[in-house]
Design a protein around this ligand. Structure first.
Ligand code: IPD
Ligand code: CA
Ligand code: CA
Length: 279
């Protein structure tokens, strides 16, 4: 098929189709990236929505044409009643919308394939840097052709922490800030907020962050990245330590595994406090 990606020697029957969808979606995004001057009359939000929809359209068309019996949960055209699907794809055609909007080259397409409610394949691709993060259940996680493993840190004081802020500007934002202060009190190396949850999760899998947390994410934000973390040896739960849901929004805590309990001890009191109040 002549795809341009640099890949490890692995096999999954749907990998090539998924890569083709990613490649076509990526072209829609790169063609529009930093083009807002020419189309300013349409407004910034419309311009981003148009990029988002164009990428989603080509990704879905590519997959549906080849896999007519599969089901799809994609951010812009959400489908209901996909719970029982034997073959389910969960797609974010543009993760990191705000970065895209401001010309910051840190965003990604995220595609996950689930078989009978179990994740099998995850791809996260930044079309600007051409970074491809691939994970296959039971086989591992790769950044380009190189296999990836989580950080070996045993304590928060040896770790870089990453967080996300949901679009909320009220209690949830305030609670996230308070949680960050608590992390700083654990003498961590630092905090980063890069603005694309799918990439944040892959960076946990690659050992850059010991912990990533966010108080609300959607399945399309975390479906592929969660598999990447697991396959790299890490752990992903909600902020109470429960398994992540397949199809509902959730809080999320991803770590290298060793730091999970310590991270939840910092996060959970804030999370419980947030849930106890109306937001
Ligand atoms: C967002 C990004 C961001 C996270 C938000 C997400 P979007 O996804 O992943 O990092 O903080 O909660 O909604 O809207 O750019 O697809
Ligand atoms: Ca997203
Ligand atoms: Ca999105």
């Amino acid at each position: 098929m002549g795809l341009k990606f640099s890949l490890p020697t692995v096999h999954h029957e749907l990998l090539e189709i998924a890569l083709l969808a990613i490649e076509l979606g990526a072209t829609e995004l790169t063609n529009r990236f930093r083009q807002r001057i020419q189309i300013q009359s349409k407004g910034l939000a419309n311009f981003v929505t148009e990029a988002d929809l164009a990428a989603e359209k080509v990704i879905l068309e590519t997959l549906i044409a080849r896999l007519p019996n599969h089901r799809f949960l994609s951010e812009e055209s959400q489908q209901t009643q996909v719970v029982q699907a034997e073959h389910l794809w969960i797609i974010d055609p543009l993760d990191g919308t705000s970065n895209f909007m401001h010309g910051i080259p840190h965003f990604a397409i995220s595609i996950a394939y689930y078989r009978n409610q179990s994740p099998e394949l995850g791809l996260v691709y930044n079309p600007i840097t051409e970074d491809l993060y691939l994970s296959i259940a039971g086989q591992g996680s790769w950044y380009g052709p190189r296999k990836q493993y989580v950080d070996t840190a045993q304590n928060l004081s040896e770790s870089m922490i990453c967080c996300g802020f949901y679009y909320d500007r009220g209690r949830m934002m305030q609670t996230t800030l308070e949680t960050l202060a608590s992390f700083f009190h654990q003498n961590i190396h630092g905090i980063r907020r890069f603005g694309a949850a799918a990439l944040d999760l892959c960076n946990v899998g690659c050992g850059q962050y010991g912990v990533f947390f966010e108080y609300k994410l959607h399945p399309w934000d975390f479906a592929a990245g969660m598999l990447f973390v697991h396959e790299a040896g890490g752990r992903c739960t909600d902020c109470s330590g429960n398994p992540l849901p397949l199809l509902q929004p959730s809080s999320l805590c991803a770590t290298n595994g060793q730091l999970h309990e310590e991270a939840l001890r910092v996060i959970h009191p804030h999370w419980a406090n947030l849930n106890a109040s109306a937001w």
